[in-house]
Design a protein around this ligand. Structure first.
Ligand SMILES: CCCCC/C=C/CC(=O)SCCNC(=O)CCNC(=O)[C@H](O)C(C)(C)COP(=O)(O)OP(=O)(O)OC[C@H]1O[C@@H](n2cnc3c(N)ncnc32)[C@H](O)[C@@H]1OP(=O)(O)O
Length: 358
């Protein structure tokens, strides 16, 4: 169940009863309200000296391209969490009775028979934390079962995703290496398995640059639309790491072994247009019209018979599934060894200490 306009209006009224909320709470409420009512931040950044307006602008702007509907839901949930005693008995609490999982950085919305899963951490270029991997799994499982016809995966803000959050590796230096690396490999394996098994048409709307795992997973999507501003980069070897997301199998198959090697072994960054010429991207759109063109097209596609699309996908993909699961298992086994290597530790340290940038 998603928040209606009435739920939102009622949350706005309840919010007025809050007694002196702290400034972080006020900023978050302000940003979600603006996003829910006006959409993405569309005003120029205020002057440096105007501290309050600058903070408000920053909070709104940080919501990137979060859809109005998702902002409305987040606003209602946030107000509910602040005012539990004021909840009317007819209203569901946060998460109660909702078919969509909630997450701070992985936002799920459904409209026009399309479920959208959006990475929503624009200030960190949508880098994927361990919690986000778990949330992606939950979101995909929910989308696989809901009554939408198509599922779309996209990013908020100027990046599609900068890949694995490199601070995920910080815990490697501070804890039980064996245990943490095993848990991380299991998480990676689960998330990739969930993409392999996803039962409906899965479309990537690559709204901007994509790095690392956000690129490798594209080989498991049914259709990939990209903005002409997007680049695709898999800098594994400069990080002392190896390919994942089944790309060691899907990329050579899609683009041929030589082009795949350039990307996955030498870390060559390619443009969306190059990726399209090589078959990894289905179609490239001008950035200016990307959202409009992609969503117009997807809304048309979503009118097709959902069952026929799902069964069609199975016919196209099922013969590969066993192979893909085996590839995933092997990539995770090898990847885990690499994460424990000196090379990987040094590369991550270098990023974190800002000595190296892509
Ligand atoms: C469970 C474990 C699974 C493991 C799966 C493994 C997958 C492998 C991969 O995905 S490898 C790819 C890893 N990603 C990267 O190496 C990208 C690193 N990021 C960059 O090089 C740059 O940030 C950039 C080129 C993406 C963008 O550069 P730009 O100058 O435009 O912006 P900033 O660098 O200032 O970034 C803004 C803030 O975002 C933080 N950030 C960006 N990417 C990551 C990331 N991958 N991990 C952690 N943090 C990231 C960046 O640090 C800035 O934060 P700050 O504002 O607090 O400084």
């Amino acid at each position: 169940m998603r928040a209606s306009q009435e739920d939102f209006d009622s949350a706005v009224d309840r919010m007025k009863l809050l007694e002196d909320p702290d400034s972080d709470t006020k900023l978050k409420l302000y940003a979600l309200y603006k996003q829910a009512t006006e959409g993405p931040c569309n005003v120029p950044r205020p002057e440096v000296l105007d501290i309050i307006r600058k903070a408000k602008w920053g909070a709104w702007n940080a919501l990137g391209s979060l859809p109005k509907e998702a902002a409305r839901q987040n606003y209602v949930d946030f107000v509910s969490s602040l005012t539990p005693s004021l909840e009317s008995s007819s209203q569901a609490g946060p998460g109660a009775g909702r078919s969509l999982p909630e997450s701070e950085h992985v936002v799920m919305t459904s409209e026009d028979s399309i479920t959208t899963i959006m990475l929503n951490r624009p200030a960190k270029k949508n880098a994927i934390t361990i919690q986000m991997y778990q949330d992606i799994i939950l979101a995909l499982k929910a989308a696989g079962k809901d009554n939408s016809a198509i599922t779309v995966f996209t990013g908020s803000g100027d990046y599609y995703s900068s890949g694995n959050d490199l601070t995920n590796f910080v815990s490697f230096a501070s804890g039980d290496l064996e245990k943490i690396s095993e848990e991380s490999a299991n998480t990676l394996r689960n998330v990739v398995d969930t993409f392999i098994d996803f039962p409906k048409p899965l479309v990537a709307a690559v709204n901007g640059p994509a790095v690392g795992i956000s690129v490798t997973l594209l080989g498991l999507f049914d259709t990939v639309y990209a903005s002409d501003r997007a680049t695709l980069h898999t800098p594994f070897t400069s990080l002392g790491q190896t390919p994942e997301g089944c790309s060691s199998y899907t990329f050579p198959k899609i683009m041929g072994p030589a082009k795949a090697a350039e990307m996955l072994i030498f870390g060559k960054k390619i443009t969306a247009r190059e990726a399209c010429a090589q078959g990894l991207v289905t179609e490239v759109f001008p950035d200016r019209t990307f959202q409009r063109e992609v969503w117009t097209r997807l809304r048309e596609y979503a009118k097709n018979s959902p069952n026929a699309m799902r069964i069609g996908k199975q016919l196209l993909r099922s013969s590969e599934k066993e192979k893909l699961h085996a590839v995933n298992a092997e990539e995770c086994r090898v990847g885990r060894e690499r994460w424990l290597s000196e090379e990987c530790a040094a590369a991550v340290q270098s990023f974190l200490s800002r000595k190296a940038r892509l």
